[in-house]
Write a protein that binds this ligand. Structure first.
Ligand code: CR6
Length: 840
């Protein structure tokens, strides 16, 4: 950061103002104080990181009053609290978002400017906490934002991974992974709370005994104990006083553990066991939509669940409420099955530790939990080998057996002796090895089960959870995902946000339906002009960023055709690549062909162990290497892969895109949430009838959405009839040409082996029906190109209408639905308490 401190303005601020004051003068003084007293730096030796830290503390100081008042109000009123249990929270950078939610962005921007600093450059210093893989973790973050904004008492519980999602770099067009070091410079937003640490048992065996009342009890004797330390981060609502808490657990070794006794002076052993304990929260598993059946992963899941439930019980008791009140005080949402072991753990805590009768404990458990399913992919459904589960959680396995025994009796009662049904519904899979089925546990132990888009919920009821739907139809509800307009519009598209403010007022960020008022301006020339100019400005900004990150010069007047998301075969980045090669071949065959200039923008990580996804990345970068340099193309096509996709890097992309690629095989994308961020920012979708695309199209109107491809039912039918992908290859000359070009080694320096696995897979299996959808996609893309080039006025109109009609997809709407139909939690508004009165 270039600095030239304005030393001319004498600061006349009192010390006591520093913590709370909001005048320009005070902000500057507080910032300099934090630089001096917290960072221990004077401006002449301060680094860009120091400025970031000083500013972050200055902002945090202005959040604490909200935070403490919120906590105090919740305790005093015994507020019913929505608990979001999630193995992932993909929060994104905090500084900008906190400034927006405090309503202090402009003020701080000015304060920094007066000190010769630039707010955006300081914001760029933040290392975002990448504690999630993709949609599921980011959804959790959007929901926390909405819960705070809607003044819903809530707590997010998760894991404070020391290493979040890996950093992606490229070597020779291949993805390489580097460890993420988000904590390297310290984390100014969190507060460590060792006083609320808890112990978590792992492994060992159980022992039965008869208590003094003659009742049979079980004691779990673990072979290791780890300590969970909570780290709290305030989650501000938008322009309200509410600041809820995100509580993430770090694993440490328990101080009380007597290493001497256990290891007889074996210091190395003692230190080693400390390291082993700390392993639990060391690193995020980098898989999206895929289970990694590792012991450490199960330990992580159990660890944060046990910490969180113990913490909830502590909170309940600290309010003087009895254990029976647990489901009145808390409603607990399970974000996928990752925390589903909570059902067995709450039973254990109630029955074993608190000696509650089984039936009452079960009633409490079922009342407390609700389960969100996020995928239909069989490879993502968690099942744990029974021996592994039992060796780590011997007591929980016993409890699951007992839940299962009672549950299967209930199934028999309703359906008679239907052994196949019973085998399918059992919490234990017994065919081909024994497994604990976490989705079945989640369904049985919850009072509500939801999918994340209408189509997804319907498919759940018809396929993966069909038996459960037949047994408990009343439990099933849909909750279509949403995204927060604060981060995804106000913060990341300030120009567009301002234009909208000027036309429809400033209520839309919390009442997104109001965007419909923009429809009145769809034919207003001045408004249309500004809309176009803003898109162009955003594209120029991204163009500069792309050149900085990749060295590639792109044309901001070309169509920005964007696919940014995890790399997965079902998301079909390979289909997009086939389209690029199709256009390239057409140009090679006819260099004077009229085509719409396009910049294809990709970003996204592949799971490190997912070979095919990594090969798809290599294909895209290899195609880019050829296409970007071939003089025949004359810059009409450009392909860029922006490295290290994360929240920070995504924020400038959505506002700059023209075309949003949402091209998954119908029936495979549970919802998608990127699709919403694009349309909200005025880009048009090319997409299949999959996930939330279906509902987006319904809202924006079929005429404002580029639809292609088979429906989910058609995909199923095609596969049932014996899908033969090579027939599509043989019968479609253009497709054949494209595939043959890849096979020939044209994109791999003459090497015919590199892409062989990908091509063989497409021709022989093609699980995601890429070839079957190819022609439909190409036709649709040809149409898209025409509209963009020849009917710019209509494109602009569609862009405005897309944004205007996206009100439904605010995460506020989603959270309101959860509150009303699943959680039964009401808002509690927060009045800032006087410090002097803030005594317990
Ligand atoms: N990968 C779905 O695939 C959905 C999000 C959030 C996913 C995606 O379609 O939008 O969850 N599923 O609901 C899982 O992670 C299991 C995802 O992010």
């Amino acid at each position: 950061v270039e600095t030239s401190f304005a030393r001319n303005s004498p600061l006349s601020v009192q010390v006591e103002d520093d913590r709370t004051g909001l005048s320009l003068e005070t902000l500057k003084r507080a910032f300099l104080d934090n630089l001096f007293y917290v960072q221990g730096k004077s401006p002449d030796i301060a680094t860009a990181k120091d400025y970031y830290m000083a500013l972050a503390y200055t902002v945090r100081d202005r959040m604490l009053h909200h935070w403490l008042s919120t906590g105090q109000t919740y305790r005093r009123t015994h507020a019913r609290t929505a608990v979001y249990l999630s193995a992932e929270f993909l929060m994104g950078p905090y500084l900008g978002n906190n400034l927006i939610n405090l309503g202090l962005y402009d003020l701080f921007e000015q304060a920094m400017e007066e000190l010769g600093l630039n707010l955006k450059e300081i914001m760029d210093q933040e290392q975002e906490p990448g504690l999630g893989n993709g949609g599921l973790g980011r959804l959790a973050a959007c929901y926390l934002d909405s819960m705070a904004t809607l003044e819903i008492p809530s707590l997010g519980y998760g894991i404070r991974y020391e290493f979040g999602i890996f950093e992606q770099a490229f070597h020779d067009g291949w993805q390489v992974e580097k460890t993420d070091q988000w904590l390297r410079w310290g984390n100014p937003w969190e507060v460590r709370r060792p006083e609320w640490a808890v112990h978590v048992k792992i492994g060992g065996h159980t022992e039965g005994y008869t208590d003094h009342q003659g009742r049979y009890q079980v004691n779990w004797v673990p072979d290791k104990v780890v300590r969970g330390i909570p780290y709290d981060t305030p989650i501000l609502g938008y322009q309200v006083n509410t600041a809820n808490t995100l509580r993430l657990w770090r694993a440490e070794s328990p101080e009380s553990f007597d290493f001497d006794a256990f290891n007889r002076g074996d210091y190395y052993g003692a230190v080693n066991s400390k390291i082993i304990s700390e392993n639990i929260s060391k690193v995020l598993y980098p898989n999206d939509d895929k289970l990694e059946g590792k012991q450490l992963r199960l330990e992580q899941e159990f660890f944060f669940v046990s910490c969180s439930l113990q913490d909830m019980i502590r909170l309940l008791m600290s309010e003087g409420l009895p254990l029976e009140q647990f489901p009145e005080k808390f409603t607990v949402q399970l974000n996928d099955t990752h925390p589903a072991v909570a059902i067995a753990e709450l039973m254990r805590l109630l029955v074993d530790d608190h000696e509650m009768a089984w039936d009452l404990a079960w009633e409490i458990t079922q009342k407390s939990f609700a389960y969100t399913n996020h995928t239909l992919l069989p490879e993502a459904l968690e099942r744990w080998p029974m021996y592994l589960f039992g060796s780590l959680l011997p007591r929980h396995l016993e409890i699951i057996f007992e839940i299962n025994r009672i549950f299967l009796d209930q199934v028999r009662l309703k359906f008679g002796p239907d052994n196949e049904r019973i085998a399918r519904m059992s919490l234990i899979e017994e065919t081909g090895g024994r497994y604990v089925r976490m989705a079945n546990l989640a369904c049985v132990g919850s009072h509500a089960i939801n999918g994340v888009a209408e189509l997804h919920t319907e498919l759940l009821k018809e396929t993966v959870l069909k038996d459960f739907y037949e047994l408990f139809p009343e439990k099933f509800v849909n909750k279509t995902n949403g995204v927060t307009p604060r981060r995804w519009m106000v913060l990341s598209n300030p120009r567009l946000a301002k234009l909208i403010d000027q036309h429809i007022g400033t209520a839309w960020p919390t009442q997104l339906d109001q965007l419909s008022k923009l429809e009145a301006y769809v034919d207003d020339p001045a408004f249309r002009n500004e809309w176009r100019e803003i898109k162009q400005a955003n594209k120029r900004f991204l163009t500069a960023r792309i050149e900085r990150l990749t060295g590639i010069k792109v044309n901001p007047d070309s169509m920005f055709d964007v696919q940014i998301k995890r790399i997965h075969e079902y998301k079909r980045q390979q289909l997009n690549a086939l389209h690029i090669i199709t256009l390239y071949r057409r140009l090679k065959q006819n260099p004077d062909l009229e085509i719409t200039p396009r910049t294809f923008i990709f970003a996204g990580k592949a799971a490190p162990g997912y070979f095919m996804a990594k090969l798809i990345i290599k294909l895209i970068t290899a195609v880019g290497d050829i296409v970007n340099r071939d003089p025949v193309v004359r810059d009409r096509l450009k392909v860029v892969f922006i490295p290290n996709y994360n929240v920070t890097n995504s924020q400038p992309i959505y506002p700059a895109s023209d075309l949003s690629e949402q091209i998954s095989t119908a029936g495979f994308e549970a919802s998608g949430t990127g699709n919403m961020k694009f349309a909200l920012n005025g880009s048009l979708t090319i997409g299949t009838l999959d996930g939330a695309n279906v509902e987006i199209r319904e809202e924006v109107g079929a005429e404002n959405f580029f639809l292609f491809g088979m429906t989910a039912d058609e995909v199923t039918a095609l596969k049932a009839s014996g899908y033969q992908p090579w027939q599509y290859y043989e019968e479609n000359a253009e497709l054949k040409g494209v595939i043959d070009l890849i096979s020939s080694g044209f994109f791999s320096g003459g090497d015919t082996e590199t892409f062989k696995p990908l091509i063989d897979n497409l021709l022989q299996q093609d699980r995601f029906t890429v070839l079957a959808d190819y022609q439909s996609y190409i036709d649709c893309q040809d149409h898209v190109g025409k509209v963009y080039q020849q009917d710019q006025e209509n494109w602009l109109r569609m862009s405005i209408l897309n944004a205007a009609r996206m009100g439904k997809f605010s995460s506020d709407r989603a959270v309101r639905e959860y509150c009303k139909e699943i959680w039964h939690v009401d808002p509690v508004s927060i009045e800032l308490q006087e410090y002097s009165k803030m005594v317990a």
